[in-house]
Ligand binder design. Structure first.
Ligand code: NDP
Length: 341
């Protein structure tokens, strides 16, 4: 089969492309300009014509993906901005929502072979104050309300959360509306902060994407290591995309009918989701990693709570990589790139 991966040059997407190619699929990636595809063409050259790129300059334009979806069997939509520097919340929400809704609309009109669309949402679309572990029934409505009330004065984290909630909601609402006339369903993947080695084009640590830059800074700069959140491994996220497309999944349930007590789910999956502090990451480094911050080794007694990731394990059949292996591979990557000697 042939998979369309939008935003193919991003941190997560490059791993998604690699995982599909390694699993034997053909991949068509979208990038915003031809120059952003050069690195990918080199990286995946050994796959020959099983990897191709198309340029979609503006994912918010109506019909942006109309040509890209033709002849495609399944879609992994990843293109969306992820940063904490937006002034106007629409800088994040517009490409996020229009990109997602536009991809689904293009698939509806021109994706006659499409069987499934996987969208990468985020754990931040789930995070909400609650007793007990967060799971796929939870929604971060607080961020949406905060942005609706405060606009540009809302917090930068809330602005990003808002964009992810609205984009994921747009996908489920689209499915509610058109499910009787389309031949595909939707899976949302909801990982928290994604960490691991970097395959995409990065000229140096300062050019890292938001999540991997946080990791690099934690290991290479002084400062408190008590902050943190929840994390996921980028290779696991890549494998989750393949599983989300290859596994038989429970039938679609409209969002309005989702009911935990009755076991009625949408196909929404928390990936990873264990709570960490940066000190935990430092503590997980192998003894040979001597060139990094050590912080106060073994000092952490409380950390952000774990999310409940059992659904992904049971339904997608994924096994998550340990913190030790994730840190080890990430540090090895810094050294291989000559960023830390
Ligand atoms: P990157 O910044 O590395 O990649 C983002 C990708 O989206 C790039 O291809 C980028 O293209 C594209 N993109 C960004 N803004 C726009 C826009 N306005 N119009 C069109 N394309 C755009 O981010 P990640 O790989 O980290 O994130 C990828 C996806 O994963 C996002 O949807 C993000 O929300 C989600 N996610 C990420 C997590 C993480 O911790 N990294 C955690 C959970 C979810 P270009 O290079 O041209 O800017």
């Amino acid at each position: 089969g042939k998979i369309l991966v939008s935003g193919a040059n991003g941190f997560v997407a490059t791993w998604v492309v690699k995982t599909f190619l390694d699993a034997g699929f053909s991949v068509r990636g979208t990038v915003r300009s031809a120059s952003k595809g050069k690195h990918l063409e080199n990286l995946f050259a050994s796959h020959g014509d099983k990897f191709e790129l198309v340029v979609v300059p503006d994912i918010t334009a109506p019909g942006a993906f109309d040509d890209a979806v033709k002849g495609i069997d399944a879609i992994a939509h990843t293109a969306a901005p992820f940063h904490f520097a937006a002034n106007d919340p629409a800088e994040l929400s517009e490409p996020s929502v229009k990109g997602t809704a536009g991809m689904l609309e293009s698939a509806r009109k021109h994706g006659s072979a499409v069987k499934r669309i996987v969208i990468i949402s985020s754990a931040v679309a789930i995070m909400t104050p609650k007793d007990g572990p967060l799971d796929e029934y939870d929604w971060n409505n607080g961020a949406v309300e905060a942005v609706a009330e405060k606009g540009a004065a809302a917090g930068n984290f809330d602005k990003y959360c808002n964009s992810k909630v609205l984009a994921e909601r747009a996908a489920w609402e689209f499915l509610d509306k058109y499910r009787n006339e389309i031949g595909w369903d939707v899976v949302a993947l909801n990982p928290p902060l994604i960490l691991g080695p970097v395959l995409h084009e990065v000229s140096g640590p300062s050019e890292l994407n938001t999540s991997t830059k946080m990791m690099f800074n934690a290991f290479t700069t002084e400062g408190s290591k008590t902050g943190g959140g929840q994390w996921a491994n980028v290779k696991d996220v890549g494998r989750a995309h393949v599983l989300a497309i290859t596994r038989e999944l429970p039938p679609y349930v409209p969002l309005s009918e989702v009911n935990k007590a009755e076991g009625k789910n949408v196909n929404r999956f928390i990936l990873g989701g264990l709570g960490y502090t940066w000190q935990d990451m430092l503590d997980a480094a192998p003894p040979s990693a001597t060139h990094y911050q050590k912080g106060a080794i073994g000092s952490i007694t409380s950390r952000p709570r774990d999310m409940d990731n059992t659904r992904a394990q049971e339904v997608l059949g994924i096994k998550f990589t340990s913190i030790q292996d994730t840190v080890k591979e990430t540090l090895a990557d810094y050294e291989a790139k000559g960023w830390v000697k």
